[in-house]
Structures are given as C-alpha cells and as structure tokens.
Design a protein around this ligand. Structure first.
Ligand code: SF4
Length: 446
C-alpha cells in the first residue's frame, strides 16, 4: 500500500493487518491444501505481520506454494481468449477516485461547447465494431462503460425515468446529448452479432439499469440475457469492504449489493468472473476479507470462472493527483496477491495475469506465482490507457503464443467460460484464433 502518511492518518480503518496466526502456520496450511482463514491470508500477504515490510525469502516460499498448487489444479496450460473490448461510453458522473476512464457527462451535451477526449457509441456503431472484429476471429466481446445519465435498461425503463420526479436519479433525457447511447437492451442486441460471446453489464451497470424502479437484479439480468448477454464481468468489485469503498468510490453500490447482483446473474444462468482492484488505500486485511467474500460467493453459486487481480494504475487518477496515494502496489505485493489468490480461492480454478496491468515481462512472471490465464487479445483497450497504463492495447494470438511458450508453458486458446479449449500446435506460426464463430486460424494483425 502506498498511502501518504498524512492521508493514512485520516484513513483510520477499523480493519488492520493484525492476526494471532503465525506466518509459518499459515504457510504450512497452504502447502497442505487446507482451507485458509482470513488471518492465514493476511500472514501470507504480509509475509508475517510481526515484522516490517516483505521478507524476500518468505515471499519466495509463498510463491512456490502457489505455483505448486497451480500445477496440481490446472497443470502447465496457459489459456487466453481472442476478444474485443468495446466500451460504449466514457460519460459518467459517479466520480470514483481511482478512475480516469470517465468524462463528466455534462461535456457530452449537445450545446456544452466543452472539448473532451471521451466518446459515446450508438448501438449501430457498436454493432459494426463487433462485426468487423468477428471477421478477424474474436470469440468474445467485453463491454464495460461509464454510467451515462441517458442510459436506461429498455424502453419501459426509459419511460419510467422520463416521468420520475426524483432529481437524484442520475438521469437525463437522451435528446440532451450529442450522441444517444440507446438503451442497454439495444446495445446488447447490437453487440450480440453472429454467436459472439457477449460479456457485459457489471453489477454497477445493472444497478444503473434498475434505478428508479423496484425491479430485482434477477429481472434486470433476465431481460439482458434475453437481449443476448452471455456472461457478466465481476468488475466494479474494487475492494469488497465498505470502509474502503467509502474512500475510493463513495458513489458506487456497497459490498452487499454487489454480491446480490452477482447472485442474481447466477440465478438466471449467467456465468461471471471476479476481480480485486488493489494497491491504493486498502491494507492486507481488506485484501484478505475480499478474497473470503469471493470464496463464499463461489461456494453459494459456482459461477465464477476466473479470478482477476487488478493492480491499481495510479497515474492520472484523482487518488494520486489529490495526494491520497503516492503510487500503486509494489512488484512484491503484486506477486503475493496472485499467489495468495491461488492459495485462498480453492473453489476458483483460474487465476488471471493481466498483461495490461503488469506488462508483458511481469505478466509472464505471474504465471510462476499461481496464475494460469494470460487474458486475451483485447482489440481495443481504453480504460487502462487512460489511467496512464503503458503496456499497449492489443496482443495478437502469435504474440501470446510466443510469450507463453517462451516461459516453457503450453499455450491454449479458450472460450470465455473455459469450457472449450484448443491447445495451440507449435509449428512456427504465425498463429491466429480458431474458436471464434468466424475464426479460421488466420492471424488477426499483419
Ligand atoms: S469506475 Fe466506472 S462508475 Fe466509477 S467513475 Fe469510472 S466509469 Fe464511472
């Protein structure tokens, strides 16, 4: 954690990384495959709470235990998916302090006269982008967007919002904006082109899609599934401990509501992923509590296909610019986060290393710290880039195959839900995707 001393004093959290467990006991339990407690996870994440800083030898022992567990659970295969990111809009008034993806929605109004770097896509534009990417061989379109005030679930919801008296609803009529994003249902129908797998509608977006109504999350996700939604990104989770959320994203739904939304998605037959966004104001106790909430959720639902640790990219975010944090997680913290995720989440098979967040070299290193998935091609990636990420926007299948092979692991193309896999035969390449509805093995880029 990289919190300025001044800010840290103000952030007097109730939960602190203090336990009555010992590091050695916790590591012994991890090696033996016993289910870990929150106290165990704190000991492993800190390499012992009884001492300052991370001990390099202890850290290596945690990483070794996680790597051994990874080999037991999923073997030597490293998976990836051919996917496209199509984010519909950057218009958002939620004001999360870790985010630089959004632009004030006011700037998008027809006559605002404000220059801004953001965008909104109509459903027709989304459809064209997905159709083009489908021809290149993608399997999945992942779509996560700002909470545009004109967004409604569907026409019925739009009418409810138009006639609502409540000025606190974060709603403005679509006619007010230079570009109308359409409804969520229209965007889902547009992006659901030709058997592509549509991965969209985080719990936060689902909340936006029911504001001003008494509709349940089941109702909302049910309508979205009918419109073509196939699975739900478990993002917007950040840290699932409310005392942290109150600092970094006070405008967002709380922990219980995030969990309720994922359970609802599960109940209508949608798979989900799960994430943690760490390395800002939280401490190791919060990280461990978050892992426990994800494991409990998976015990109840069984729908979480992968866990994705996301290291906070601090540059150009309000948290950094306002001096609340001085940086993100250290490399040691990143490696321990991956390793302890693998050891703690005994009911989630896949742990992802994100090359967007860690870069190629460190991303590959994470494959020996407990991770077994190397994300995807990501034909367009705006979110991390706008927060100051440095690692580019796209990796062709050939890049992924070469990188995975270079560390002695087996490259495997997968479907979003990991139920379909294709081991890539190494014949010198170049390699292209084969699992997408229109994929025939042709490389995606020259
Ligand atoms: S994280 Fe999402 S909800 Fe929060 S400000 Fe950014 S775009 Fe808006």
């Amino acid at each position: 954690m990289a919190v300025e001393p001044e800010a840290a004093r103000e952030l007097a959290f109730d939960h602190r990384p203090v336990t009555d467990q010992s590091f050695e006991n916790a590591l012994e339990k991890a090696r033996a495959g016993e289910r870990l407690s929150v106290a165990d996870a704190i000991e492993l994440l800190t390499t012992g709470t009884g001492r300052e800083g991370i001990d390099p030898d202890r850290k290596e022992r945690v990483l070794e235990a996680a790597d051994a567990r990874r080999a037991e659970v999923v073997g030597e295969e490293v998976t990836f998916v051919a996917n496209l990111n199509n984010n519909v809009t950057t218009a958002c008034n939620t004001g999360c302090l870790f985010c630089n993806f959004k632009d004030s929605a006011h700037a998008f109004e027809r006559d605002s006269g404000i220059e801004h770097p953001g965008f909104t896509k109509t459903p027709e534009e989304s459809r064209e982008i997905v159709a083009d990417a489908l021809d290149l061989g993608i399997y999945e379109v992942c779509s996560v967007s700002g909470l545009h005030p004109a967004f409604a679930l569907d026409d019925e919801h739009l009418e409810i919002l138009r006639t609502a008296d409540d000025r606190e609803l974060n709603f403005e009529v679509p006619e007010r904006y230079a570009t109308d994003p359409g409804t969520y249902v229209e965007q889902m129908e547009a992006m659901s082109v030709g058997d592509v797998h549509l991965h969209s509608m985080t719990p936060e977006e689902a909340y936006h899609a029911r504001r001003g109504t008494d509709w349940s999350y089941e109702e909302v996700y049910g309508r979205l599934a009918e419109a073509g939604l196939d699975s739900v990104p478990g993002t917007a989770a950040e840290i699932l401990v409310d005392e942290v959320r109150e600092v970094i994203c006070p405008g967002k739904i709380g922990t219980e509501e995030w969990i309720e939304a994922i359970e609802a998605a599960a109940s209508v037959g949608l798979d989900t992923t799960a994430t943690i966004m760490y390395g800002h104001v939280e401490n190791e106790a919060h990280r461990a509590m978050h892992l426990k909430r994800i494991r409990d959720l998976q015990d109840r639902t069984g729908v979480i296909t992968e866990f994705v640790p996301l290291s906070f990219v601090h540059r150009e975010t309000p948290l950094y610019e306002r001096g609340v944090v001085s940086g993100g997680a250290s490399t040691d913290e990143d490696e321990l986060m991956i390793a302890v995720s693998r050891l703690f989440l005994d009911n989630v098979e896949n742990v992802q290393s994100s090359w967007v967040k860690y870069g190629d070299q460190q991303g590959l290193k994470m494959l020996s710290c407990g991770a077994n998935d190397f994300m995807g091609t990501i034909l367009s990636e705006e979110i991390t880039k706008r927060a100051g990420g440095e690692y580019g926007e796209f990796r062709d299948v050939s890049d992924l195959v070469e990188m995975i092979s270079s560390v002695g692991r087996v490259p495997v193309e997968r479907s979003t839900d990991y139920r379909t896999k294709r081991r890539v035969e190494l014949d010198g390449g170049p390699y292209g995707p084969k699992l997408g509805p229109k994929a025939d093995g042709t490389p995606m880029a020259e």
